[in-house]
Design a protein around this ligand. Structure first.
Ligand code: SAM
Length: 271
């Protein structure tokens, strides 16, 4: 049996399943986890591939380490979305004091705890608190200020539509520390240029620096993924002060190579 994701009108990615492990509809989305032949266990939300055990580290390491490695004493981190806890696993490789993860769908977390081994290892970490609510509500009432806010969100459908609204980024500014920054998963430069342009137009009105970063991501649309590191102060480049040891993709060379951007993207970002 194959599971497939429609990546565009005429493009699909199919992954052959050995065994279906979990299949439920929460009040927010359809959640499926299956064992595959080539990619380990796979998480799908509303028929979109969110994570495979074989290649998730490209994405989670690229979303977290370029920004966190560049902050000397990162105390408070907020993760928005991230129900599969791959992002949380990478954040905890840094000397953070407190991590709050705001995931709208507790069932994504519960299913990930059951089927993805890294979750069991980290979810009892004393530095972590889980909040299960819509992030757009959480940030309106948040008391804490954060060094880094990480948007590990799904594609802009269903509950994730909020992440493409100007108001969301205005509210985010209020909970960022003076030198704090955002790490945003900003979709595929191959298939989602319209979304990227829309997000960039929103961000450039609200923030002073937007640093684009790229990494391979085999099972996401186009196999190439974009991240945006965003600050309310003028920054030209993120320089690492710490490189976490136990990574599988990220290292000092990758840190700098990820910021090398091709011409078609430079034109979008006015670089
Ligand atoms: N890494 C995946 C990707 O880039 O496609 C997405 C990671 S994670 C699975 C996305 C999470 O965002 C999902 O668990 C989803 O439930 C959560 N999410 C979507 N909208 C949300 C919202 N408004 N507030 C909080 N979490 C949300």
């Amino acid at each position: 049996m194959f599971f497939s994701e429609k990546q565009n009108k005429g493009t699909e990615l199919r992954i052959k399943a050995k065994k279906i492990l979990f299949r439920k509809k929460s009040k927010f989305q359809k959640i499926e986890i299956f064992e595959s032949y080539d990619w380990g266990k796979v998480l799908m939300l509303d028929s979109l591939f969110m994570l495979t055990e074989r290649d998730e580290f490209f994405y989670h390491e690229s979303l977290v380490h370029p920004i966190l490695s560049s902050i000397k004493n990162p105390e408070n981190v907020l993760i928005i979305g991230g129900g599969d806890c791959g992002t949380l696993r990478e954040v905890l490789k840094h000397p953070v004091k407190k991590v709050i993860q705001v995931e709208i769908d507790e069932l994504v977390f519960k299913a990930s705890l059951k089927y993805f081994p890294w979750v069991k290892k980290i979810y009892k970490d004393k530095r972590v608190s889980f909040i299960f609510e819509d992030a757009k509500d959480f940030i309106k009432n948040a008391e804490d200020k954060f060094d880094v806010v990480i948007l590990d969100t799904s594609d802009p459908v269903g509950p994730a539509k909020v992440f493409y609204k100007k108001e969301f980024y205005e509210d985010l500014k209020k909970i960022l520390k003076k030198n704090g920054g955002l790490a945003i998963q900003a979709e595929s430069p191959i298939h989602h240029l319209k979304r990227i342009k829309k997000l960039y137009e929103i961000l450039k009105d609200e923030y002073k620096s937007i640093l684009p970063y790229l990494s391979p991501m085999p099972t996401y649309p186009g196999g190439l993924w974009l991240y945006l590191f965003v600050f309310n102060k003028k920054i030209k480049m993120l320089k690492p002060v710490r490189i976490p040891k136990n990574t599988r993709y990220y290292n000092k060379e990758i840190h700098f190579s990820g910021f090398k951007i091709p011409e078609f993207l430079k034109r979008i970002f006015g670089i």
